[in-house]
Design a protein around this ligand. Sequence first.
Ligand SMILES: [Zn+2]
Length: 279
Amino acid sequence: MSEAEPARDAPDGAAADELIVVGCGTVVPEADRAASSYWVSSPGTESAPDTRILFDCGPGALQALARLGLPWGKITDLAITHFHADHVGALPGLFFALKHGLARPRNRPLTVWGPAGTRGFLQKLAGACGDFVLDPGFSVLVEELSPGEARDLSGGPRLEAHKTPHTEESVAWRLDGGAFSFGYTGDTGPSTALGSFMRGVNALVCECSLPDSQATDNHLTPARVAELAAAACPRLLVLTHIYPHFRMGHDVSRLVAEAGYAGATCIAREGLGVSLTNG
Ligand SMILES: [Zn+2]
């Protein structure tokens, strides 16, 4: 299992190609985990800045970022999978904190990546909460990616979207740097194409919401995760978004293994750090 504690002493949170789980919960509030949010950092080069990207920003994510000592004020990119509140609920608070909660005002732009409708979604948030959502005192660039589209982040890694069967707009994300790769399913129903899309990533954060006895079209169960992971062959499969009634009393990793997936698997928890470096 490729698992390591995050580099807590890194002053800028980008000392290594690394995933840190910020929030791995669901719509159900829980004492020990925020809703969906994942931090990926990658050091820059002489010609490209560091990358610090937050995938989704569900309720509780901001407090978890603070608990983990992550430099939330220095995020370079934000990637949204879909507009369900357990994935975007903390966005107004994040923008409010970026505007008013930093010791020194921020200058560098922030790019928000999302599926079709992201710009309109943020405009509605701004209409309800205040102009700070899209105008927090620095440039907020909104980039909508259709499934199959890819773009280079300012720091260099390439971000690609893939459709997921969950909501009309929902996408999964794959991030490839020169020395690492990362995949995040967001919320998804069964999809063989998604497994192929994630092929060979160093770490695949994959939802496993429900037991096989409660299989639905818009979430995954251990049997469906095993199929997807067998196609993706990640170096490490990180199971997340497990509903509390399912994670309590069940060894979800073992259920995925018993469903036929033999690769390295772990359960997401707040603060879990995974090195994304190849090799
Ligand atoms: Zn959802």
